[in-house]
Design a protein around this ligand. Sequence first.
Ligand SMILES: NC(=O)C1=CN([C@@H]2O[C@H](COP(=O)(O)OP(=O)(O)OC[C@H]3O[C@@H](n4cnc5c(N)ncnc54)[C@H](OP(=O)(O)O)[C@@H]3O)[C@@H](O)[C@H]2O)C=CC1
Ligand SMILES: O=C(CO)COP(=O)(O)O
Length: 347
Amino acid sequence: MAILTFIGAGQMASALTFPTFENGHEIRLVGTPLDREIIDQLRKDNYHINLKRTLHDGIKYYQVEEMEEAIQGADVILGGVSSFGVDWWADEVLPKLNKDVPIITVTKGMIDLENGDMITYPDYWQSKPAGKELNFNAIGGPCTSYELADHDDSWVAFCGHDIETLRYLKQIFETSYYHISLSTDVKGVEFSVALKNAYALGVTLAVGLAEKREGIGKVHYNSQAALFGEGVCEMRKLLKLAGAGADNIVYGAGDLYVTVFGGRTRKIGTLLGRGLSFDEAMAKLKGVTLESIVIATRTARAVRNLAANGKADLKDYPLLMHVDEIINQGKPVNIPWTAFETEYVGE
Ligand SMILES: NC(=O)C1=CN([C@@H]2O[C@H](COP(=O)(O)OP(=O)(O)OC[C@H]3O[C@@H](n4cnc5c(N)ncnc54)[C@H](OP(=O)(O)O)[C@@H]3O)[C@@H](O)[C@H]2O)C=CC1
Ligand SMILES: O=C(CO)COP(=O)(O)O
């Protein structure tokens, strides 16, 4: 049995208590300053008010001021914040961690630098003085929290620089329904699953466009599939541009699929496709975790910066550029269909 301390009691970290608790480990779930109500309710009856599932009886719950007690004696630390909590995690959590205890984080995203370089969250945390000596690992791949809690079969990738640590983590987390590949290509896994959030917004514009034409609830798949194909194509190019292994597209494409059908990003793409302005759509979704906006903005900015230095061609990313125009320049949805067309002539 190992002692696992999860810091951040959002939906994904809380869903991961299912495989790990069922494997017989001691689970300590610590809330962020924003998770107070979640922890209060869990302490009463194990019910998670955002995940909308009852967690296993026996999990230990901690408010943020009890974090140090929860970290004492832990064998693994799991980071559960979203992109919006990355700096809180860097400032408030990293200084309390021990270099001999592996860390695994669920946060999907990346940070772009002024020169257009893109860095993963594990690399960002490692660049902090308190993170220098820590052993960061991360989870990527298609896995909605509520479906994991329901024991639907899920296949993800654990990535990190040390394969022995990854193997150790895998035997702690893996169950008959939570399947884990391992990869030391951290950039590849992390970028792939970060990018899917930008493109999930792009694909789900088609959901809203069909509803705008034919009424709410009307579904068409041709247009969604066309945007999905273009999205995967652009993600693959972006992986190469960022210096990451393009084979990792397998995790990003799977993640794009699940997010289009079951993720929160579907909500914003659909509203924009129906014709709401960006501000109207955001107002309707107040309180929903929408990382797609952050990732699309950062990715488009990185590509524009690289293009300005002759290292990228904006014409290779028409869907990303259009998503950026919609969310950052207030432009209406007008899918650039002809920009997706290609011509291939064999040898
Ligand atoms: N690796 C994987 O397999 C998967 C990863 N994910 C990713 O996991 C991450 C978390 O997702 P999920 O749990 O669903 O999201 P939630 O919104 O449920 O949880 C986010 C967590 O981050 C905290 N947080 C948000 N903003 C701040 C802040 N400014 N300071 C401190 N803490 C903050 C939240 O507090 P509060 O609850 O109050 O907002 C909460 O603890 C995301 O990056 C998501 O993309 C999602 C699915 C699968
Ligand atoms: O990352 C996810 C599934 O793998 C969930 O995506 P959303 O944040 O859009 O819900």
